[in-house]
Design a protein around this ligand. Structure first.
Ligand code: CO
Ligand code: ZN
Length: 330
């Protein structure tokens, strides 16, 4: 799991440019699935055939990024956000483009009050000495991501794009481990979640599943003076009750709780006040798809150093495997 997570979080793949990460995940899943294909918008789908319920499992493979909007005469790049990039999270961070060009993010120091900092007052310095030099390396519309290789702190790891490569790792491991199941399983690695759950919407339409389960990170309330949230790192995967995009279907939520109890897997119940995930799109597909979410507790979400606990990931895999190997009466 550790090796897989390091590989996935280290691979480039902002929303809309998921080619590299898709290729890496495809290599991981190919020999474990009956069929693997990429849909029209680019989501990767690994199918395990069966005669039972059609289950769609989704984790988004895209990550947030910084998109180049302009290059000035001195070779500094202006940028906007792809997904939830906060000015304070990117100050003096190292970022990397798809072609390997790296830079550091900084801001106009004339600024009177740092609290007013906006992305429009910031730039990426790629070390270019002129506009022409910069243009030879980077184009308008190119997207940079955090360049932050995974580091291990005991059971916990930090690095960029745990949102949602942690979920992708859980799905890959679940596909590898699930054995005795009659259900037809669709492991979907979605595109463009960070810009509005877009890939999940069209993949769900293409699959028309009987039930949907997405796996994504969620916030925690266990750091000094953090905003109250009844989720702690390392206390087990979270079963979502509600976020801003979906209210978990009561039967899906109950099934998750029941299976966790039977198997003695610790779990937490999650109410996330803001933010959403792929199930927000999946459950509104067609005439409706009963959907739920298994969340991975994560500190510092959308920063360059997101922290997850590997035990939570392992237990999320155990929970998914037991759900998929048993009866699903929904
Ligand atoms: Co996110
Ligand atoms: Zn996410």
């Amino acid at each position: 799991m550790k090796r897989l997570l390091e590989l996935l979080t280290g691979t480039y793949g902002p929303s809309g440019s998921e080619e590299d990460i898709r290729e890496v995940i495809e290599k991981e899943v190919r020999e474990y699935a009956d069929e693997v294909y990429t849909d029209a918008l680019g989501s990767l789908i690994a199918v395990k055939k069966g005669k039972g319920r059609k289950v769609m499992l989704a984790a988004h493979m895209d990550q947030i990024g910084l998109i180049v909007t302009g290059i000035d005469d001195n070779g500094f790049l202006r940028f906007s956000n792809v997904g939830g990039i906060s000015p304070f999270n990117v100050i003096h961070r190292k970022v990397r483009f798809q072609n390997g060009v790296t830079g550091v993010v900084s801001y106009e120091t004339e600024l009177e009050d740092i609290r007013n900092l906006k992305l429009g007052k910031m730039y990426i310095d790629i070390g270019a000495k002129s506009k022409d030099e910069a243009k030879a390396l980077v184009n308008i519309g190119d997207v940079a991501v955090y360049d932050a290789p995974m580091a291990v702190c005991g059971d916990r790891v930090t690095g960029c794009a745990m949102d949602d490569r942690a979920g992708c790792a859980v799905l890959v491991e679940t596909l590898k481990r699930v054995r005795n199941t009659d259900h037809e399983l669709y492991f979907v690695f979605t595109v463009q979640e960070e810009v509005g759950l877009r890939g999940a919407r069209t993949s769900a339409y293409g699959i028309m599943p009987d039930i949907g389960i997405s796996v994504d990170v969620t916030l925690t309330g266990d750091t000094p003076k953090s905003r109250p949230m009844a989720i702690n790192l390392g206390e087990g995967p979270a079963i979502k009750v509600k976020d801003a995009s979906v209210i978990a279907h009561p039967k899906v939520k109950e099934l998750m709780i029941q299976r966790a109890r039977e198997a003695g897997i610790p779990y937490q119940l999650e109410v996330l006040e803001a933010g959403g995930t792929d199930s927000g799109a999946i459950h509104l597909t067609g005439a409706g798809v009963p959907s739920g979410v298994i969340s991975i507790p994560c500190r510092y979400v959308h920063s360059a150093q997101e922290m997850v606990d590997l035990k939570d990931l392992t237990q999320a895999v155990e929970l998914l495997v037991t759900i998929l190997e048993k009866e699903i009466e929904i």
